[in-house]
Write a protein that binds this ligand. Structure first.
Ligand SMILES: Cc1ncc(COP(=O)(O)O)c(C=O)c1O
Length: 408
């Protein structure tokens, strides 16, 4: 008889206490969440009243395993329009958000010790689900301006046999970058050739600020190689805990056949019934359009403030969608900062050190190493432009500029 090897939980590579300072006088660009003031209270209260008025027993009952049928029809129609590619309700498995979807993917398709390819950098909490909760062996793959570097994937495939490749192809968290169309095609070919699944976390795909991105991986769901994760967290409200997996019909049924769903029924029956009304009545689309307009202005504000207060001490590209700026500190700045901090922490200057000084100046960000599966990237930092209105963006970046000043 063979026994499973024991895969201990890895020790976290970073100090979690540094993530979220919510004190009222602090401006923390490390918070990667929508602005609380923009959340759709009025819309949700209207659709709730309308749905309750419909008066059937389904609303508060256990739900259909794959997700409420009328909701999946409405979602499929909404996504078909947004993606510019047909989505079938049978391809959708409704979940309680993208995080839960990722967790369920790992539960159903992996075992501890399996290998998963991840982007370097990646969404820090997805890394936690993969590495800590499911004890998977995360292999970092470098990214550039156009996303995953394909020769690096090919090279890693000569040494590893991944079960999954986890990617955030569009307006990536944390870099804001988008995988090009041709790289998407090459990745699909590699998945077929080397027998792995692409877990495409596409939660930002619909959040473009003008020109639409390349077709999502969701458009290739029928290939059987793609698990596309979507969510209402960034396009409506995170507290709804509502998301989906789009994949082949066969795999969608596999999710619905899981023990979790067998016991608890559809994963978000109540909320999905409310959101269905917002989809059918056009409220979701209008709200999304208003978010796009608001976020576009915030991007412009943050870019202008960065030019004014940080200048050439860091490099960034202006995001065309999503939530984030990714700053790479310039070598000159790092060298000067290293010299200025040498007495206290010889050779140790990095953005995590910068974070301590930032806390004193009442400004925050997410340091690069949090976004690395191997604790690297300590010359980078992530700033979220979505959480604060424009005056706070100006003030917060002004404070960050002052913090940079102290290190030169
Ligand atoms: C890439 C990515 N995936 C998933 C999530 C979380 O999604 P949800 O709220 O649907 O679980 C986030 C939130 O920051 C994210 O950036």
């Amino acid at each position: 008889m063979t026994t499973n090897p024991v895969h201990p939980r890895p020790t976290p590579m970073y100090d979690r206490s540094t993530q979220v300072d919510r004190s009222a006088d602090s401006i923390n660009f490390g918070i990667g969440q929508p602005d609380f003031a923009l959340l759709p209270h009025a819309l949700m209260s209207e659709v709730a009243a309308e749905r309750f008025a419909e008066g059937d027993t389904e609303l508060l009952n256990y739900g259909f395993p794959q997700g409420d049928g009328r909701f999946r029809w409405a979602l499929a129609e909404f996504l078909s329009r947004g993606y510019g590619a047909p989505v079938q309700p049978q391809q959708l498995m409704i979940t309680a958000g993208a995080s839960q979807a990722l967790n369920l993917v790992c539960t159903l398709f992996t075992r501890p010790g399996d290998t998963v390819f991840v982007e370097e950098p990646s969404y820090f909490l997805a890394l936690r689900i993969l590495q800590e909760d499911h004890r998977l062996n995360a292999v970092p793959i470098p990214t550039d301006e156009h996303g995953l570097v394909l020769p690096a994937v090919e090279d890693a495939l000569t040494r590893h046999r991944p079960v999954l490749l986890y990617t955030i192809p569009t307006y990536q968290n944390p870099t804001g970058r988008t995988l090009s169309h041709s790289r998407r095609q090459q990745l699909l070919a590699l998945a077929e050739q080397h027998d792995f699944q692409i877990v495409a976390d596409e939660v930002y795909h619909l959040l473009d600020f003008g020109s639409p991105p390349p077709a999502p991986f969701a458009a290739y769901a029928d290939s059987g190689r793609v698990l596309s994760l979507g969510s209402f967290s960034k396009i409506l409200a995170p507290g709804l805990r509502l998301g989906w997996v789009q994949t082949s019909e066969q795999q969608a049924r596999q999710f619905a056949d899981s023990g979790l769903v067998d016991s608890g029924g559809g994963l978000n029956q109540f909320t999905s019934n409310l959101v269905r009304v917002a989809l059918e009545g056009g409220g979701q689309q209008d709200y999304l359009d208003s978010l796009r307009r608001a976020y576009k202005k915030r991007v412009e504000a943050m870019d202008a403030a960065l030019h004014k207060h940080i200048g050439d001490r860091a490099a960034w590209t202006v995001p065309t969608g999503g939530f984030f700026f990714w700053l790479t500190c310039a070598d000159d700045f790092l060298a000067a900062a290293n010299r200025s901090t040498a007495a206290a922490t010889p050779g140790q200057f990095n953005t995590t050190a910068l974070l301590d000084a930032a806390a004193d100046a009442k400004v925050g960000f997410l340091p690069g190493p949090r976004c690395s599966s191997v604790g690297a990237l300590n010359h980078c930092l992530r700033l979220c432009f979505a959480h604060y209105p424009i005056p706070e963006i100006h003030e917060g970046i002004r404070r960050l500029g002052r913090v940079f000043d102290t290190f030169q």
